[in-house]
Design a protein around this ligand. Sequence first.
Ligand code: BF8
Ligand code: SF4
Length: 655
Amino acid sequence: MSDLEKKSIDPATIQMLKKAQVDGCETIFDRADAMKPCPIGAEGSCCKHCVMGPCRVPAPKKKGETPAEKTRRTGLCGATAETISARNFARMVAAGTAAHSDHARGVTEVFLSTAKGEVPGFEIKDEQKLYQLAMDLGVEIGNRSVREIAIDVGHKALSEFGRQEGEILLAKRAPLKRQEIWRNLGVYPRGIDREVVDLLHRTCMGVDQEYKDLLLSAARCSLADGWGGSMISTELQDVLFGTPVPVMGKMNLGVLKKDEVNVVIHGHEPLLPEIIVGVLQDPEIQKAARTVGAKGINLTGMCCSANEVLMRHGIPVGGNFLQQELAIVTGVVDAMVVDVQCEMQSLAQVAKCYHTKLITTSPRAKIEGAMHMEFDERHAQDVAKKILMVAIDNYKNRKPNVEIPTETTDTVVGFSHETINYLLGGVFRASYRPLNENIINGRIRGIAGVVGCNNARVTHDEPNFILIKELIKNDVLVLVTGCSAMAAGKGGLLTPEAAKLYAGEGLASVCETVGIPPVLHMGACVDNSRILMAATAVVKDGGLGDDISDLPAAGAALEWMSEKAIAIGQYFVASGVFTVFGVTWPTTGSEEVTKYLFEEFENTLKGKWGFEPDPLKAAKLMIEHIDKKRKALGIDKARERVLFDMAKRRELDAA
Ligand code: BF8
Ligand code: SF4
């Protein structure tokens, strides 16, 4: 196996890496070879919170240093390794929370304008969800019009960002016991922006210098993301664009088409992508595409934007984070349209190697060398059409070095929290009861959320794919979002048939009865809030304890790279979930800080972090945790009986 072939488990990715090499086009995979991560920064031991530094306070070479040795290891201001490491960790949480929540703010503003009827092209698609949200936000329904209710919901949601007093409203959706834990610890999230500002303030030079206090504040900030910003995004996007229901969709670079104009939408906010989907069928646009000799326009998604339009429209997915440059390497992407987050600056360089027009659209994110066509919700359709026309015009500029991988995989996606509810319980008696019953009787051992990114420091898609396969083999139902959902999809795990092929007998029997895949795609990264809602629904349905931390459940992000992933992991931990990360752990510079996150959080928040880059070992940790929770609930014996029954059945079948 050549070095190149070890970069990914996905053949389409390898094929494009080889092509990039032939074309002389550099990608992130090359840069990862050329530049190693800084070891001091990697362990969270570098502080540059003031210009007397940067101060480097690396972990001690030997274990068990004396207190005197330890005091000598500080920054100029005396900040200890613990403070520096906790501050760095907390800043990651603040940045991740800011990213999800600023996305949410944008969605809320468009939602409010839609409610007021100010933005053509946008409408309220899911009234049922609007009513539910209105109730949770304390908006009166009565016999008021949808418009009136929606305007109030928009205002209420918007005021959650700048809230100065009280508690974030949607956090009241959490189980009561969970809310009590937050209140007792003083980590109940207040305003969304307030928590981000609070954390940036206390991590400044000379402010909060007690690592436990810093880490609890980070927990509070992350909760403002999970139960605040991210949840508002998901809710309002569903109200505006429809709550996902099961839909078929294809994944991988093979979805690009040689004889059509290819437009890749990449990023996170579904606002412009939804409008692009809408204007695609415009006869004028279709005609323009045919005039340049193309058979039509092929829309493809990349990263979380892909998840959004896949879940709601079945638009094919080009790939995940590490495939963004490689889509362009095919030579057939006529335009790549980006908004915010996870867009590599190198796209501009890669686009130059081919003919691709890179188009930035967000007022928050411009890229040097890209064309900027700003998304303006008041003229969204015009902007969308102009973007498509740029792509159409560019079709003629394709160079001869075109090569599209053949790989595409079929998937069934669209498992919102509401959809799972309906599928399990039926439209008229929607409930999580059948899921709870199957967890209690042991057919389903537990639930795992496997989420997060790709990371150029590990083999692309491999840790996520192996982990997910191992979990379902052991009867753990897996929920996926973000880029890990695409690792599952490309690997063939997002189909009902995958249950028979890969799942343990117990899980497979449930999946076959309900007709669902053993791995449920729940959406983009902001939609991790759907997992919080699903976990809460399971708790509320009864029989599995009275808090999320009682559930036989665990989370993981083995290929994480973004600060957003740390914010997500932290809100899962602060919601009571054991969460395992891979690749590298950002606080190893301080044993105390790491121990606090990995062990002591369990005593207070009843959830904790874990670190394990090896996917099989990570699966083992998660399954052990699930079994520990089953035992505490007194349902461990039921599973043994189910497995025994199955062995008996097989024996009888064989006889
Ligand atoms: O928000 S999983 S690489 S695309 S950060 Fe980015 Fe990570 Fe992908 Fe979406 Ni999430
Ligand atoms: Fe160094 Fe303290 Fe300044 Fe950080 S805040 S750079 S540890 S002097």
